[in-house]
Structures are given as C-alpha cells and as structure tokens.
Design a protein around this ligand. Structure first.
Ligand code: NAD
Length: 690
C-alpha cells in the first residue's frame, strides 16, 4: 500500500465498509466522536461516495456500540468572536445535515449512549433511526444559554410534535429509548450488538424529516416555561421563536431563525458566562504537576461511617458501578445507612432513572459490615465518621492496619487539619482530603485537599477517583475552610450582620434570589443547620482574623434550639414536615432586643446594598484565596462556587463576576466598603492579572 494512502487512512475519522448492499459509515474520532467541522466534511464526502457506489442500496451512520457521538464541539463556541462567526458555524452544520437528508439512498442512524444536541440533530436528519436499549436523548443547548443551531428546532417538532419537542428543547431534560420510540423519535430499539445489522438499512425509501407534517402544534405549556426564564437568558425565547417560525413560515425560515438566534445568544454576557463555566468545570482536574504521575484504576472502595455523608458517598460510588464495603461500628447506624441508600436508589427507579435490574445489580455490589477485616481488599477508603480529631485519628489508624501499602486513604473532614490527621498514621503520604457536599450522591463537586505530606500519586489518584465517580474535583491546598466554605461562610456571616443592622430576613433572601441564587443565605442556613454554621465558623474565626467574630444573633439562635428546618424553627418558622419558610416571631423579638442594645439605630438596607455587600464579600475572600495560592486558577473558584453553592452560572462564578464588573471598579467598591464596614472588605493587592 502506498505510504500516502496509508497516511490518509490513518487520518480518516470515518470507517466505511459495504456488506450486502449496505454501506456502514462508522464515526471514528476518539475519544468521543465530537462533531467538528472536519468530521462533518468527511461525513458529507462519505455519504456522497456511498450514493455514487453502485453496490450500495442503503447507508447506515453509526458510532460505537455504546456511544454514538458527544455532539458539537463546544470549543467552537468559545472561539466565536462575531455574529458572522456564529451564523457561519450554524450554517455549516445545517448544510451538512441537509446533504445527508437529501441523500437519494436511504440513510439510517444507528445510535447508542447519550444522544445530546448535535448528535441528535444529525440523527434527525437521517431518514430512519434505530437505537440501542439504554440510549438517552436530549437537547441540552438551553442549559448552555444557546438554541440548537443545526436544525434541531425544526426537525424535532416535525418528528414528535411541537409540544413534546418544546419540552425537550426548553428543559434540556433527557428522554429514554422507550419514550423516544413512543414519541416517534426513533423507529426501533434493539440490542447494541444488532445496531448495524443490514436489516436496519434495507427496505426503506428516503423519508425527509423536513417534509413531514407536525403531529401537533401546541405552544401553551412552552410559552409558560419560556416566560419563567430570567430576562438575561434569551435562549428559551429564541428557541420558541425558531419553532414558531418553522410552523408558521417554513423549514428554511426556521433554519435561518436558528442561525440568527444563535448569534444573538452568543452576543449575551449570560451565554458567554455559561460557556466560561462549562470550560471551568471541564478544566478543574487538569493539574500540570500531576499530569504524568501514574495512578491505578480503583476497583474496590470502602466507606467508613454510615451517617448522612457516608451513605451519600457510598451511593455515589455504587452508582458509578464500583463495589463498596460500608463499615460503621454502630450496627443501628449501619442499618439506617443501608436503608437510606436503598430508599434513595428506589426513588430513582420510581422516577424512571434506574431500571429495577440495575438496582438489584447495584445492591449486590454493596457489603454492609462492622468488621474491619472486610475493608482489607479495598484500594480506596473514604472515612466519614464523626467530626472529632480523636475519633478520626483512631479510625485512620484502623484503616491503615486493615489495608495494603498502596491503598489511598481519604478523609471527608470539613474542618479538621490534615496535618493533624496525618500525625496519627504511619503512611501520611497515602492520606488525602475528599470533601464532598451534602447530599453527597447528588452534589457534583468534590474538593480534593492536598496537604504537605501527601504523595503526588495519592493526590492524582484522588482526582482520578473523583472523576470515575462522575464528580468534578477541585484541587485545594490544606487551609481552614478549604475553598467553598472559606468563601461562602463569610457571605452568610454578612447576611447575619445585616439582620442586626436592621434588614429583614426576607429582604436579604429576596435580594440574593434576584441576583440568581436558587435560595437566599438565611433560608439555606435554616436548611443546613445554624449549629453547623457556628461549628464551621469557629474554625475560620481564629484562622482569618479579618472575618471578625461569629455574629451573636446566630449563636443565640443555636443556644435557644432554633437550628433551622430540623427543629421547626430557625431564622424562619416551619410547619411540621414542610420546608416552606414562614416569618418567625421569636426571631423578630431577638432582633428587636439585639438592635436595641446596639449603639447604632437600625436602618432599612436597600436591595442594592444587600447585593453589593454579600457578593463583594465573596469576591474579597476569593481574591485572598488566589493570593494565597489555595487553588491553581481563577476558573477553579468559579467552577466550585457554581457547583457547590448555586452561584448563578450565567454570572460566570465569583471571580468572572468580578472581572465583568471590572477590576478597577471592584477595587474602588471594596475600598469604600472596607472604610464603612471593616477590614473584611479590604482589597488585597488584587493578584489577578489585569
Ligand atoms: P454523622 O454523625 O451523620 O455520621 C457519622 C457516622 O460515623 C455515624 O454513623 C457513626 O456511627 C459513625 N462512626 C463514628 N465513629 C466511628 C468509628 N470509630 N468507626 C466507624 N464508624 C464510626 O456525620 P455526617 O454528617 O455524615 O458527617 C461525617 C463527616 O463528613 C464529618 O467529618 C463531617 O464533618 C463531614 N462532612 C459533613 C458534611 C455535612 O453537610 N453534614 C459535609 C461535608 C463533610
């Protein structure tokens, strides 16, 4: 074979073969078959070639047996600088898919895995669709602040009706293979092994999705959904407009609306910030000095302590397909932990997110024990026992005795120093922090804490493990509060301070919901427990004198047993079993007394001041975190605050928000706030590169 040809073949992103009149085009662009402009070009050429080949009666476009394609390459979006760039990219995709739809020979998409966005748009341009059992379909563009730009808003409603299409397009939520079959999105569901059997491609004639009539044109629910979106986020209304244009005007007019809509979305700061967060989250695990450190895949995990965190962690590990030994010395606590895991997984079955067979398989991987010997085979152990240094040190020694030299030992402590924990054991190089967030099975963030004795392989293994259980790990140096609590607790503290100065709890919470948080800081503290706040703040106060003391108002609440939702009373009052907050007269009384004792007269604090103080308090602390080198990069702070606290992604995270405000402006505002309210706002020397 001539070398040039060999080279060309090695570069090909599509494997083509013809058997019994069926041409199978298999996407082969590792690792995940992202749809790049180059891949689209090759696909068009391959379809053209198959049409010209006299042996070919039908064409199948497919990928791997478990994965078709990850959809469009988001990196392309990040590089878009102008409206013309956006329109051009949308048009390239639309034209490529159009050429496939215009094929004179029937084209079948044989797909599997997560069919998201561009991957689904490609499949919808084919004449027939068959999927493997277990395939899920979604149009998640809206979550990135954009509309589908490759015909998705036109073909999806023609296949499944306007109502169901808009539900997928506006929520971004997935549907499974059975639903896809019922709705008419796919023509058949089969075993993965049968995906490219010739029968799939024969018998049909070309059937263009664009020429189909709409099964229904119901807009009512979608209009309500789109109206609920914040004004900064225009994607929902753009999507609605694209679908409507396709219905009332034409398919081609709808495609044009997609191009222009995509350009409009890309021009908004909210969309650019969402894309910033997308990459911030993707980049957290990249740690240059650990890039070439060898790690082993984890095969057996042990979780010690089956309280709320341990059970959640065990569930997360099980859901990722790994076996778990769950140990608790208290058998009643162990039983409660097992029950919690079972109930939580059963809920997923009820929601249709897990099959009963998968549930049974997961539970078979779970071993409950109080016997340390059972931990012996684990190559990764996570302790989540009481937050007490003596208890934890004893547990770490027990773990070390039970496992081999290479086993990584992780602690989920939120407040204890790793230097102190490491003192107790003989292999401190194997110890690492894995700080999960509550509820651990659902929260995507994990802080990986690196202390000075930790070996690079240990830290690299922890990062790899966190990714293996589908979490986003952020590497954090060992310092009080780590990253998220260090930034978030001062924000909550500022809210407590404003209560004393005269603000109503409702006004504080409302301002932050208006800013974009899912709930305000005081409602959140009632959920987490005011006692938890006091406990965690007790660690931050001595470490960071500029934070100031814990506000007396919250210590008083705790002293009176007003811990939050769990005690029926906190800042707000709760009816039994309900999370809905009501004004709490007892708090009004405490506030009145505390304000009366103060030398300053209470004042009404405007929503603008509330927002400025609360958000800039986080910014000020995040700047110190950067200055101290607690994390590698600004975007790690952004990713962690979005995933860990609900900081709105369309504002880009704490430090992207500061950059959008302008660093000079931030400096000026922090100086003014420091003068008025104290050292905690004092600007550092703003280490960020301007
Ligand atoms: P928890 O009190 O609910 O559970 C602790 C469990 O550990 C209990 O079931 C107890 O029986 C078991 N245990 C205690 N001593 C043991 C021993 N010697 N051997 C085996 N098991 C033992 O606590 P939690 O809220 O699940 O927190 C656990 C850890 O996670 C703590 O370090 C905490 O700081 C940390 N954490 C908690 C949160 C949170 O929001 N609750 C968040 C992040 C981290």
């Amino acid at each position: 074979m001539p070398t040039a040809l060999k080279f060309a073949e090695a570069m090909s992103r599509i494997d083509s073969s013809v058997t019994d009149g069926v041409c199978v085009l298999r996407l082969n662009a590792p690792p995940v078959n992202t749809l790049s402009i180059e891949l689209l070009g090759e696909l068009r050429a391959a379809v053209r070639e198959a049409n010209a080949d006299g042996r070919v009666r039908g064409i199948v476009i497919t990928g791997g047996p478990e994965h078709f394609s990850a959809g469009a390459d988001v990196a392309m979006f990040r590089d878009i600088k102008t409206a013309e760039d956006a329109v051009r990219i949308s048009r390239v995709f639309q034209e490529a898919f159009q050429e496939i739809e215009d094929s004179a020979k029937p084209v079948t998409a044989a797909v599997a895995g997560k069919m998201m966005g561009g991957a689904l748009e490609l499949a919808m341009a084919c004449h027939y669709r068959v999927c493997a059992r277990g395939t899920v379909f979604s149009m998640p563009e809206v979550n990135l602040g954009i509309n589908p730009g490759a015909g998705g808003t036109q073909r999806l409603p023609r296949l499944i009706g306007v109502e169901a299409a808009l539900k997928m397009l506006l929520t971004g939520q997935p549907i499974n293979a059975a639903e896809a079959l019922k709705l008419g999105l796919v023509d058949a569901v089969c075993d993965a092994a049968d995906l490219t059997k010739p029968a799939q491609a024969s018998g049909g004639t070309p059937r263009k999705t664009r020429e189909r009539s709409f099964p229904n044109v119901l807009f009512t629910e979608a209009e309500k959904l789109a109206a609920r979106a914040r004004p900064e986020l225009i994607a929902p209304s753009v999507i609605l407009e694209c679908v409507r244009t396709g219905v009332v005007a034409s398919f081609d007019a709808g495609l044009r609306a997609e191009q222009l809509g995509f350009a409009r979305c890309m021009e908004t700061l909210a969309t650019r910030n969402k894309i910033h967060v997308f990459f911030a989250v993707r980049d957290t695990a990249k740690v240059p000095d650990l890039a070439n450190v060898p790690t082993h895949a984890v095969t057996r995990v042990a979780v010690i302590g089956m309280g709320s965190m341990g059970a959640g962690i065990a569930q997360a590990v099980l859901q990722a397909g790994l076996p778990v030994v769950a140990l608790d010395e208290n058998t009643a606590a162990l039983d409660r932990g097992m029950q919690r895991i079972r109930e939580s997984l059963e809920k997923r079955v009820k929601q249709g997110r897990l099959s009963p067979e998968k549930l049974a398989a997961i539970l078979r991987q779970l071993t409950a024990t109080s016997d340390w010997k059972a931990v012996g085979g684990a190559d990764f152990v996570i302790e989540a026992v009481f937050e007490d240094i003596a208890v934890k040190q004893t547990v770490l020694v027990n773990i070390e005795r039970a496992v081999g030299d290479k086993t990584v030992i992780a602690s989920n402590t939120s407040t204890l120093s790793f230097d102190r924990l490491a003192e107790a054991i003989s292999r401190p190089q194997r110890l690492v922090g894995l700080h999960f967030f509550n509820p651990a099975h659902a929260m995507p963030l994990v802080e990986v804490i690196r202390h000075k004795a930790a070996a690079p392989e240990t830290v690299a293994s922890a990062l790899r493990f966190a990714k293996a259980i589908r979490k986003t790990p952020v590497l954090v140096q060992n310092r009080e509060g780590f990253l998220v609590n260090r930034i978030f607790l001062p924000y909550v503290k500022e809210a407590f301070r404003m209560l004393k100065e005269g603000a109503d709890p409702e006004a504080i919470d409302r301002a932050m919901v208006e800013f974009g948080f899912p709930m305000g800081p005081l409602t959140l503290m009632d959920m987490a427990g005011n006692d938890i706040f006091v406990h965690a703040d007790a660690v931050l106060v001595p470490a960071f004198p500029h934070h100031g003391p814990t506000p007396p108002i919250v210590t008083e609440l705790v002293a009176r047993g007003m811990l939050g939702q769990k005690s029926g009373m906190g800042i707000y009052r709760y009816e039994k079993g309900s999370p809905v907050p009501h004004p709490n007269p007892a708090v009004r009384q405490i506030l009145a007394e505390s304000r009366a004792r103060s030398s300053r007269a209470p004042r009404v604090i405007t929503p603008e001041e509330i927002t400025q103080r609360l958000v800039l308090r986080m910014v000020a602390e995040a700047l110190r975190v950067m200055e101290e080198g607690i994390v590698q990069r600004e975007s790690d702070v952004d990713a962690a605050m979005v995933l860990g606290t609900g900081f709105p992604d369309w504002r880009g995270g704490v430090l992207k928000y500061a950059r959008d405000l302008g660093l000079d402006e931030v400096r000026t505002q922090l100086q003014q706030l420091a003068k008025r309210f104290g050292e905690r706002f004092a600007a550092t020397n703003l280490p960020l590169n301007t």
